[in-house]
Design a protein around this ligand. Structure first.
Ligand SMILES: [Zn+2]
Ligand SMILES: [Zn+2]
Length: 263
């Protein structure tokens, strides 16, 4: 187990990069939207802020998060460490709790103005592709990771819960942000997980559509939370935020300044 934990930072870097390369190829081969501007320039800005966030988060939270999960297990802290369940069921329940939490957290980012000021960085992207999946403000990551430490102690989450959920989340977020179309298969995919057609509605400029489809991995949370919404033709969606179309808001510096912009 300890040997495996030691490899997490390497897996955590290699796995998203391999997936990114795969979706990038898929987008090249069969894009949903044809690019009117430089696709590479857009990717460079989004990947630069991703790299910056990753570096800070690795230093501040990687070891801390693992030590919280280990401490919860050793000291029997949290719900899952105080109830007896079959092993597989305990893993599935922990993953469901994490995914439900991500739905609540994402919805809170749209409802609470302080959180929205950071989350705007994700929505100000006026083009969508696989690199949009990791375009977030560092402030959002820092608040989210701090709350996750509390969640680990409340629910008694293990390192396995965190690693498996992270792997699922990386795959689904890259998948549903990618500039791809599954055609009629999308309707079958979104019965289970958040599909590209579903998440593209969330990035629409129309407020009623932005305030929908908050789920991260499983689509059921939007159905339960009555926030599930579709656009008949996803190709008619305009991405971005009205006040952030100037090129300066699409740069790394612009993204970092986004929360402090006065309207
Ligand atoms: Zn959002
Ligand atoms: Zn998104």
């Amino acid at each position: 187990m300890l040997q495996f934990i030691a490899t997490i930072p390497y897996l955590d870097s290699l796995y998203p990069v391999c997936l990114l390369a795969l979706f990038w190829l898929w987008e090249t081969w069969a894009p949903l939207f044809r690019w009117q501007q430089s696709r590479v320039k857009h990717a460079v800005h989004n990947l630069l802020i991703t790299f910056l966030n990753k570096a800070v988060m690795a230093v501040c939270f990687s070891a801390l998060t693992v030590s919280f999960a280990n401490a919860a297990g050793i000291r029997s802290i949290g719900l899952l460490n105080n109830i007896t369940l079959p092993d597989g069921f305990e893993i599935i329940l922990g993953l469901l709790f994490l995914d439900a939490w991500m739905y609540i957290w994402h919805r809170a980012n749209h409802v609470i103005p302080f959180l929205w000021s950071f989350h705007r960085t994700h929505h100000s992207d006026n083009h969508m592709d696989v690199t949009s999946a990791t375009r977030f403000h560092l402030g959002e990551h820092l608040i989210s990771a701090t709350l996750r430490l509390v969640l680990i102690l409340l629910l008694g989450l293990s390192v396995w819960h965190l690693v498996i959920y992270h792997a699922l989340m990386v795959f689904t977020t890259q998948f549903h942000h990618a500039n791809i179309s599954l055609g009629r298969f999308d309707q079958w995919i979104r019965l289970v997980i958040v599909s590209p057609d579903m998440h593209k509605v969330h990035h629409s400029r129309e407020q009623i559509e932005t305030d929908s489809n908050y789920a991260v991995v499983l689509s059921i949370w939007d159905r339960l939370g009555r926030s599930f919404r579709l656009r008949e033709d996803p190709k008619t969606i305009e991405f971005g935020l009205d006040d952030y179309d100037e090129p300066k808001w699409q740069t790394v510096w612009g993204m970092l300044k986004t929360p402090w912009r006065k309207k």
